[in-house]
Design a protein around this ligand. Structure first.
Ligand code: FAD
Length: 379
């Protein structure tokens, strides 16, 4: 990869370590996990031994203390092998980011220790009544002596069935809309927390996704994250910092498509010569490379802004849109390069098309990203 020039030796060595891990440990189970829709827990345990699951945690809490750019490098390497596994592991970072932004020392230690112990975290914003309108939560948190009682249902929650803790965004004053939302840390073992419907998904099937239900769940006062009424702001500040990581996984899918197409185009002989000799095929592969290079640079730029304390919602939204749209387009063209075999489950590219689709949907759909971008330009 020719963008290595600005990476540090540490970044390059962690990139190589993760590439090696992904190829040796993850690659052999990808097909099975996709077919059976199961998270490869044994592989995750090995990732925990290397500290990859908690790389973003500060060293004082047992993590590797990597910056956002390095976290993106890790996610691209894992994403080049399997986006579903990467999303399961990466969601720990999504769940921990609001804690790192607004948490007390005790809250940071609490959540970090659950991840370090091999557990998972979930970020619970979306509800059944319309994820795009995230500012109007139906889940409520009502003040009681010594704490809060939470009631509601969150849906499409990544790691829902696996998590040890949930970051729950709930309405503490419905009349205030976005300004009446507050974030809470809710451990899985609290009374009243249960797992609802499991999603049987089109792609990223190695990641587990479910409803999480909160029925009269009591959390003490010290589980409120940040200030009352600042939950929505925290939810958005989180996504502004985590979008580069999700986009990096999409870049991994794009790179995987290129790797497979280059190999297949040289091997597949039609009209007496490899299809790699056909300009139509060569140009499709060239366009994949153009978009992948551009997407990777956007991810690195967005990540470096986060690391510089300058997380930018427009840069994050542009990056998320470009990477998601490009991943879906490139995966579609990868199926095309493979012809009929691309449409067959026997070959790996149809899975990449199914996996790529999610990048136009979660962490705010690409329509919602365009709403953000245009609102900032036209205000
Ligand atoms: C596999 C998966 C994992 C997920 N993981 C998580 C998670 O861990 N945590 C979490 O909180 N959520 C998660 N989500 C939820 C995800 O963020 C939402 O699905 C997404 O935000 C869209 O919400 P919705 O599905 O309710 O669609 P809707 O809001 O119902 O939107 C439907 C369609 O209308 C469009 N639309 C809506 N409003 C507008 C508008 N104003 N302008 C233009 N177009 C609009 C949307 O773009 C979309 O195309 C996950 C989703 C999936 C599928």
């Amino acid at each position: 990869m020719n963008s290595q020039y600005f990476l540090t030796e540490d970044q390059i060595s962690i990139q190589e370590l993760v590439r090696d891990f992904a190829q040796k440990e993850l690659e052999p189970v990808v097909k099975e996990c996709d077919e059976q829709s199961k998270f490869p827990m044994d592989v995750y345990k090995k990732a925990c031994e290397l500290g990859i699951n908690a790389a973003f945690l500060p060293e004082e809490y047992g993590g590797l203390g990597v910056d956002t750019l390095t976290w993106c490098l890790i996610r691209e390497e894992l994403g080049t092998v399997d986006a579903g596994f990467t999303i399961g592991l990466g969601t720990n970072g999504l769940a921990y980011t609001p804690v790192s932004l607004a948490g007390t020392e005790e809250q940071k230690k609490l959540c970090a220790s659950m991840i370090i112990d091999g557990g998972f975290g979930s970020y619970c914003l979306t509800e059944p009544d319309g994820g795009s309108d995230a500012a109007h939560a139906r889940t409520t948190a009502v003040k009681k002596p010594g704490g809060w009682v939470i009631n509601g249902r969150k849906c499409f929650i990544t790691n829902g069935p696996l998590s040890s803790f949930y970051i729950v965004f709930a309405a503490t004053d419905k009349s205030l809309g976005a300004k009446g939302m507050t974030a809470f840390i809710v451990e899985r073992n609290r009374e009243g927390v249960s797992i609802g419907k499991h999603e049987d998904k089109m792609g990223i099937r190695a990641s587990e996704t479910s409803d999480v239900v909160f029925d009269e769940v009591f959390v003490p006062d010290d589980h409120m994250l940040g200030k009352e009424g600042e939950g929505f702001k925290l939810a958005m500040a989180t996504l502004n910092r985590t979008r580069p990581g999700g986009s990096a996984t999409a870049v991994g899918i794009m790179q995987h498509c290129i790797n497979l197409c280059v190999k297949y185009a040289k091997e597949r002989v039609v009209f007496g010569k490899p299809i790699a000799k056909q300009q139509a095929i060569r140009f499709m592969i060239a366009d994949m490379e153009i978009k992948t290079q551009a997407a990777r640079q956007m991810v690195h730029h967005a990540a470096r802004l986060v690391d510089a304390g300058m997380a930018d919602p427009v840069v994050g939204a542009c990056t998320k849109c470009f990477c998601g749209d490009s991943a879906f387009e490139i995966a579609g063209n990868a199926v095309q390069v493979f012809g009929g075999y691309g449409y067959s489950r026997e070959y790996p590219v149809e899975k990449l098309l199914r996996d790529a689709k999610i990048y136009q949907i979660f962490e705010g759909t690409n329509q919602i990203q365009r709403v953000t971008i245009s609102a900032n330009l036209l205000k």
